[in-house]
Design a protein around this ligand. Structure first.
Ligand code: HSE
Length: 404
């Protein structure tokens, strides 16, 4: 029998216990032996939980129990979770996690520690919730040189934008719905400011490009500046606003990685990715474009990916080995200003002023527009720096990249 300890009985941790319990027969059949939960670590009391006898509050009980071979870390954050993960790996226990912050910030250190100790550190659930992406990227697409990864990587913001676009809800009302559905982080600023998507694009970039991409070097913009006016103008232009994480290989080997809202053509497959769903595009030099789609957040979809990692380790007895990447540096990541594109721009000025300063524009109209406001999409491909220089002296209300 394979004995597992779950750290943190929140949304994902309780989902992991539920999936292991409800799918026990299928899991036992697939692994060849039973996978059972021996401990659940949480500082809170859960008097009415069906797993009552398994709760502990002291991590050393798990650390010192040789029967526990796999630790599932679903605490989140990069402090307590970091410490417990290091201790579990040092005790030669495999660790499976959904914790994107920890993997993005300390993944290099932890994967190397796992390698040194001869155990696995797996994190399929850290990107895209229930979508298989880490294993397909590192195994199925391993023959490719990855040219670009681009995706909707945050369910909460995609849900908010979908509700703003489809139902005309305010940002606040849509965020409240997302929180009630258990999609948003406890502190939703990580979602709405783009940090969550930033961590996820960094993990994908680490794996795809083989070098550590530091989240602190990745320009990150969330959706708090998006207004219903932008949503309306975009709609009039046949486009939808989506928050995208992108990592683009440059000819000189550097990576342009960033998170920002984009205008996406309604005919683009990514435009149809709504609600809490995520989608990840990968462009490989041999395979071309591949897209992965599914539920990017939520209790059971995320637990599905965590439990699959647990089963992989239980089946292979850890012989699969740890995946890791090389140390990166600041020179690896280049700024977004090197990535030229078309832009949507909304300004406090007349359409004539906008056109005369910027050049050819597809001017956009909407009913109820504020007098003295104009919006358009540049015809010319340029960098953000070039566009801002042309807009000098004009009050810019919104500036959003258009996905090519
Ligand atoms: N808050 C995250 C999201 C959860 O909304 O995508 C999954 O990582």
């Amino acid at each position: 029998m394979v004995k597992v300890a779950i750290l943190g009985y929140g949304t994902v941790g309780s989902g992991v216990a539920q999936v292991l319990f409800e799918n026990k027969d299928a899991i036992t059949h697939s692994v060849g032996e039973e996978v059972s939960v021996k401990y659940i670590l949480d500082v809170r009391d859960f008097d009415h939980s069906p797993y009552g006898g398994t709760f502990v509050k002291d991590f050393s009980v798990i650390e010192e129990d040789d029967e526990v071979s796999i630790v599932v870390e679903t605490i989140g954050g990069a402090t307590v979770a970091h410490n417990f993960t290091q201790r579990a790996l040092r005790a030669r226990k495999h660790v499976v996690t959904s914790n994107k912050e920890l993997v993005a910030c300390h993944g290099l250190e932890l994967t190397r520690l796992a390698q040194e100790k001869g155990v696995c550190y797996l994190f399929e659930a850290s990107v895209g919730g229930g979508i298989p992406i880490i294993r397909p990227l590192t195994v199925c697409l391993a023959a490719n040189r990855v040219e670009e990864i681009c995706g909707i990587l945050n369910g909460t913001t995609n849900y908010i934008l979908t509700r703003m676009i489809g139902a005309g809800l305010s940002f606040e009302a849509a965020l409240k719905e997302a929180q009630e559905n258990g999609y948003a982080e406890r502190d939703p600023s990580a979602d709405i400011l783009g940090y969550d998507a930033c961590r996820k694009i960094c993990i994908l970039a680490d794996l795809a490009f083989g070098k550590n991409v530091d989240p602190q070097l990745v320009p990150t913009e969330g959706i708090t500046g998006i207004t219903l006016a932008d949503v309306d103008y975009a709609d009039g232009a046949g486009k939808k606003i989506k928050l995208l994480g992108r990592a683009v290989r440059q000819e000189d080997g550097r990576v342009c990685a960033y998170v920002a809202p984009h205008l996406v053509d309604a005919s683009h497959p990514i435009a149809g990715v709504d609600d809490v769903f995520n989608a990840v595009f990968v462009r490989g030099n041999a395979v071309g474009d591949v897209m992965f789609y599914g539920r990017g957040a939520g209790k059971l979809p995320t637990a599905s990916a965590v439990v699959a990692d647990v089963m992989d380790i239980a089946r292979s007895k850890g012989l699969r080995g740890a995946m890791t990447w090389e140390q990166g540096d600041a020179a690896l990541v280049c700024g977004t200003d090197e990535l030229a594109s078309r832009f949507y721009v909304r300004v406090q000025a007349s359409a004539d002023t906008l056109r005369s300063q910027v050049g050819e524009m597809k001017l956009l109209a909407r009913s109820g527009a504020t007098p003295g406001e104009a919006a358009g999409i540049t015809e010319q491909v340029m960098t953000e720096g070039q566009l801002r220089a042309k807009l000098s002296g004009i009050a810019v209300l919104s500036l959003i990249r258009v996905l090519n």
